[in-house]
Unconditional design. Structure first.
Length: 213
């Protein structure tokens, strides 16, 4: 059939997408007037498994309406042909998405290979992002400790502070200083890890540049 669609069909698909984005909210009119072929196409094109129709059937059963299975299945098959392309598999994997095994056997191998490539890219990016987040968190911890240390140093030199209190404040300052030293050491290691992860990411992106994804 091909995937070039006239404007009316595109409008129908968009209507199904926005009006029926949550099957549990389908009312009686939506169940009665819906274009089940368009809904099936939407579900197929987004990689939904066959259970999606069951969810829609339950929603419409509350209104005494039975979905048009043949129309839905025809649309879903067309949508799956669009979804089960290597480029879509790569895109899904690179976003950290999941694949529910909906592609036909003659398309699944290439789709899964592309999905795994995208998912590996996702993991490499996640490692870099995780290192950045941890570094930022530990830097904030150091800054918080420095604020507390400044407050305690002020207490330490205050004339009204007793000798006993000064001993306690000095112990706190020592503990905070050690904590900051530990955080600084962890940051150094994270920076090293981040550089390694970034190098792995750059190398993999260079490899992907030749795949056409």
């Amino acid at each position: 059939m091909g995937f070039a669609m006239n404007m009316n069909k595109i409008i129908g698909l968009l209507t199904a997408l926005f009006a029926l984005s949550g099957c549990a909210t389908m009312n009686s009119d939506e169940c009665l007037t819906s274009d089940w072929h368009a809904i099936g196409f939407e579900d197929g094109a987004s990689g939904q498994n066959a259970e999606r129709l069951g969810d829609r059937r339950k929603a419409c059963a509350k209104h005494g309406v039975t979905p048009d299975f043949q129309a839905y299945q025809s649309g879903r098959d067309e949508g799956l042909e669009q979804f089960c392309q290597p480029s879509r598999g790569f895109s899904l994997g690179s976003r950290g998405g999941s694949y529910s095994g909906v592609c036909a056997s003659h398309r699944e191998l290439e789709f899964i290979d592309a999905f795994n490539s995208g998912y590996h890219l996702y993991n490499l990016r996640s490692r870099v992002n995780s290192a950045n987040a941890q570094i930022a968190q530990k830097e904030k911890g150091i800054d918080r400790n420095k604020v507390i240390m400044s407050e305690k140093e002020a207490i330490l030199i205050a004339t009204e502070t007793t000798v006993q209190d000064r001993v306690l404040v000095l112990a706190d300052l020592k503990e905070l200083s050690e904590a900051n030293g530990q955080l600084e050491s962890e940051i150094v290691q994270l920076i090293t890890d981040r550089a390694r992860h970034q190098q792995e990411l750059d190398s993999y992106e260079a490899v992907l540049a030749d795949t056409g994804y």
